[in-house]
Design a protein around this ligand. Sequence first.
Ligand code: DIG
Ligand code: MN
Ligand code: MN
Length: 406
Amino acid sequence: MSQRPTNSTSPSRYPNDRFVPRPEDHFTFGLWTVGNPGRDPFGLAVREVMSSVKIVRELAKLGAYGVNLHDEDLIPFGSSTAERDKIVRDFKGALAETGMKVPMATTNLFSQPVFREGAFTSNDAAVRALALQKTMRSIDLGVELGASIYVFWGGREGLETNACKDPRDAVKRFREAINFLCEYSRDSGYDLKFALEAKPNEPRGDIFLPTTGHMLAFIYTLEHPEMVGVNPEVAHEQMSGLDFSHAVGQAIEAGKLFHIDLNGQKPGRYDQDLRFASEDQKGAFFLVKLLEDSRWDGMRHFDSHPYRTEDEQGVWDFAYYSMRSYLILKDKVARFHADPEIKQILATLEKRSTTQVAGVGPTFKYDKKSAAALKAHTFDTTAMASVGYEYERLDQLTTEVLLGVR
Ligand code: DIG
Ligand code: MN
Ligand code: MN
């Protein structure tokens, strides 16, 4: 059976309409996403491994802004300095040729067998030291390529039996590593921000610091918390049964959303890293609404990969549709805000939320006089409880915007 012709990223393949991705949309992809050869725990690779230069050129044609990478996505483990320098030179050539950027970099501390028991949190001090060395070198590479965000995903920072490690030691060791690397970055004169990525499990039975909330709490125990934020991923929060937009909302509100991993996930499954908005379109809509309403200016980064069923053409379809779906949802957000009935319900809610009571509110800052007035006030709780909120209609109207009938 011959391969389908790979007309890969020729514009004719995709309708040239309102949802054409452009570099100014700031869509980025990990090299490992479109470069995923389709291997899984039960099957061999189904696609050729593509060079990073080809990935850069093809994504540029699709309208992407940039690519992100783990050290080993570009530089094979154990490469000599000369081999490393040649690879970096060729890669930089492709970036210069296409104008593609590298906004984020990260370290692969999860593939090599030496990290099988963890990296920063390993019970083996030599492994912890190796993880620091590998990360320092990877940070240098990321900065050399222009990265301003450095992500830490602790894929192996976990365990299968609690008999092996006191959880307090794991947190202490992770903090030691991040503090060390914050100092390394500052000492090197790098203007880097670190973004911590949570995941509850897989590949380890349990992973420490399992959700974005845990990471936010952890950040404030660091020596340089101002340098460190979070990189929430859709699938990872959903694996914990959480609403992803709430984790992102808390991070934005704390000024700690430094990066984001967009993808799709079915509830109750392993980490599927599906195409963005291919599942849970409503959740994806509210995420895009939050990012756009808050005018968040970070990269719209996809950490996902094509179905194993796909050939190379399917890989580029996956990439193009990831960006296209984001733009379609961004248009739905505009329709939501412009819808007169939705506006009317939200205006009523806004009025209800901003009335004063006993001369106090709607924002409550303590002072003696207000507290006394509030304590003395008599509430008509029966009347207050009798007025509904019209959320059934609000949600139906929202759903109809998403279904394209409004
Ligand atoms: C997995 O979700 C992790 C790795 O792919 C990478 O370290 C990080 C960067 O997006 N996400
Ligand atoms: Mn994932
Ligand atoms: Mn990720």
